[in-house]
Design a protein around this ligand. Structure first.
Ligand SMILES: *[C@@H]1O[C@H](CO)[C@@H](O)[C@H](O)[C@H]1NC(C)=O
Ligand SMILES: *[C@@H]1O[C@H](CO)[C@@H](O)[C@H](O)[C@H]1NC(C)=O
Ligand SMILES: *[C@@H]1O[C@H](CO)[C@@H](O)[C@H](O)[C@H]1NC(C)=O
Ligand SMILES: *[C@@H]1O[C@H](CO)[C@@H](O)[C@H](O)[C@H]1NC(C)=O
Ligand SMILES: *[C@@H]1O[C@H](CO)[C@@H](O)[C@H](O)[C@H]1NC(C)=O
Length: 546
């Protein structure tokens, strides 16, 4: 009983500390809270009870929560872990493309600055950021984190600075599985020999990959299967991997936002931006930027494009072959800024960067599949999706041919306004601040993610200490647990079950396997030169990485 009470008291204290205190005080308060815990644990276990704390199969002394705070260990940073991966050289025939593309890894991977020619962006803080750059942005952002420690034994969580996304991007096309798996195997082999690993079997370790989870979930060792098998390795099952699209059925990956083009260096840049988005006149009811996916019979994009073309209040940016407006950050952002609602149907995989670009523009997203955001970004978006978005189930379009225009027109203007305000208020937590500096008080997507990892590892640690085990946990229901506030209540049938019945059952919405989806999404991306360029950015500019 005593223990429960103190737990919640501690919680409140931590929350307050995390809320408003400036960074240095935050560390200090967290440490104070930690010392409080030392006392409680000492008192409870040593003085009150004669039973020693039983910790299952630990060889190394188990550091209790008491010694932990908000700290993240950068112990591996000094060991040059990112350098573990080889650096392939471009072929001479590819050199002309090379020069165009390496610019995306400039400026701490934010890319080249975007000039505010059309007045769509702000004058500072905007970059042509590659959608898969989060590996490096996150790693750079970590260097600004206020509670870093070199001592992993006093850290709440351990960051593994391995560019998992950049690693696999080099080998997705035309390499055999042993090449694709090599760095992942080397990584886990190395990690598992470290003393840090044995403390919690890697449960306190996390890493970041700015790609979709399917690139790391090769199901078999067949050469034709997609990606590597990083996330299926036993060691990786214990770690947490942050990716821009996570798997609904697995517990070791977590969705974090795609990067947008906006990377403010100061709070004020965000406030000014939010203010501007509030005041904009939005002349379109809804808009859509994207390609139809004729090869995918399940895709509703064709119908969405048709509806948009027929509507007088819809704006369409069609993405066709080659360079098009659809790939110009300024055309895209301009359209989102002129729209009340932005349609975000899934492509061949659930998620799109576009959802984050549209919210940044204060445009209310319309989702057609819960996998596109609601079960993905539970750390960054409100649990109650109705507060900031509209949900139109795919089947309403696919089978019932309902009118999107009618559905959206029915939402009263005052409700639209409240929703937009919610979207605008979410902006700070959805963007990645310029990693070369740091916002004064605002918490960006990085801060939110690190806090969530901290909380998650702390909870695991507490459960181990208290001998609590979740016997009923079913990994395949991971998406349901993610939707719960405390993750521990039993989960039953859910209205979204039909969306997530596994492809292998043949009952679900998606009839292609996840790996096939990942591959297809690339086929479509490759249709434009620009995206084609994106692939190679990552491959060739490896040497330029920090
Ligand atoms: C990096 O950004 C700065 C402005 O912040 C710009 O002056 C510079 O040209 C950029 N570097 C590259 C290589 O694009
Ligand atoms: C995989 O490819 C690499 C080089 O591309 C080669 O050295 C290796 O022998 C291949 N492995 C297998 C099992 O085919
Ligand atoms: C994963 O964690 C569990 C529990 O801490 C541990 O028993 C197991 O050995 C770990 N797995 C690996 C590969 O280290
Ligand atoms: C979710 O938000 C909507 C809109 O603000 C509200 O009407 C509804 O009651 C909320 N639902 C829950 C479960 O809080
Ligand atoms: C969907 O409805 C629109 C008008 O409401 C109609 O023009 C169109 O033909 C319908 N499409 C299908 C596939 O039924």
């Amino acid at each position: 009983m005593r223990r429960r009470l103190s737990t919640s008291a501690h919680h409140e204290e931590m929350e307050k500390a995390n809320g408003k205190s400036p960074p240095s005080r935050l560390c200090f308060l967290a440490t104070l809270a930690a010392m409080f815990w030392i006392m409680i644990f000492y008192f409870h276990f040593t003085v009150l009870s004669s039973n020693p704390i039983s910790i299952p199969e630990q060889s190394v002394p188990f550091p209790s929560i008491s010694s932990k705070s908000q700290r993240i260990s950068e112990a591996y940073e000094a060991l040059g872990l990112p350098k573990m991966m080889a650096k392939p050289k471009p072929k001479p025939s590819d050199l002309s493309l090379w020069t165009i593309m390496c610019k995306f890894t400039s400026n701490a991977s934010l890319g080249p600055p975007l000039e505010n020619v059309e007045g769509v962006f702000s004058n500072t803080g905007w970059y042509a950021t590659n959608q898969f750059a989060v590996d490096v942005i996150f790693n750079n952002r970590m260097k600004q984190y206020e509670c870093l420690t070199k001592d992993s034994f006093i850290a709440a969580a351990i960051f593994v600075p391995f560019y998992a996304g950049f690693d696999i991007a080099r080998y997705l096309w035309g390499y055999n599985i042993s090449v694709r798996d090599a760095a992942s195997l080397e990584l886990v082999d190395w990690l598992m020999k470290r003393p840090e690993w044995s403390v919690m079997g890697g449960m306190d370790h996390f890493l970041v990959a700015g790609r979709i989870t399917w690139d790391f979930r090769r199901l078999t060792d067949s050469e034709t299967d997609w990606g590597n098998k990083l996330l299926f390795l036993p060691a990786a099952k214990n770690m947490s991997m942050l990716v821009v699209e996570s798997s609904p059925w697995n517990a070791n990956d977590f969705g974090i936002p795609y990067p947008t083009y906006f990377h403010p260096a100061r709070d004020a840049e965000v406030f000014i931006w939010q203010d501007r988005m509030r005041k904009l006149e939005r002349k379109y009811l809804f808009s859509f930027a994207g390609v139809p996916l004729p090869d995918n019979p399940q895709s509703i994009r064709g119908q969405i494009i048709d509806q948009c073309k027929r509507s007088k209040v819809c704006k369409l940016l069609e993405c066709d072959f080659g360079e098009s407006k659809c790939h110009s950050p300024s055309s895209i952002m301009q359209m989102f800024q002129s729209s009340l609602f932005c349609l975000q149907p899934q492509g061949d995989s659930y998620t799109r960067r576009s959802a984050f670009d549209s919210m940044l523009a204060g445009c209310i997203p319309v989702f057609f599949h819960p996998g596109s955001a609601y079960i993905q970004y539970t750390w960054h978006l409100p649990r109650n999706y109705s507060t900031y978005s509209v949900f139109i189930p795919e089947d309403d379009i696919r089978k019932r041919n309902i009118s999107i225009e009618e559905r959206l027109t029915k939402i009263p203007p005052d409700v639209v306004e409240i929703m937009r305000e919610t979207v605008i208020s979410l902006i700070p937590g959805l963007i990645y601040a310029d990693p070369r500096s740091k916002m004064e008080t605002l918490k960006d997507a990085f801060d939110v993610a690190v806090q969530a990892v901290n909380d998650k590892v702390t909870k695991i640690r507490r459960d181990i200490i208290e001998g609590h085990r979740d016997e009923d946990f079913i990994e395949e229901n991971s998406w349901k647990y993610a939707l719960l506030e405390d993750g521990h209540r039993p989960v039953g049938p859910h209205e979204w079950d039909p969306f997530f019945s596994k492809p292998k059952d043949g009952k679900g919405d998606s009839h292609t396997s996840s790996a096939e989806a990942a591959k297809n999404s690339w086929k479509n991306e490759q249709r434009s030169q620009m995206s084609f360029a994106r692939i190679f950015t990552i491959i060739w500019c490896y040497e330029k990485l920090p």
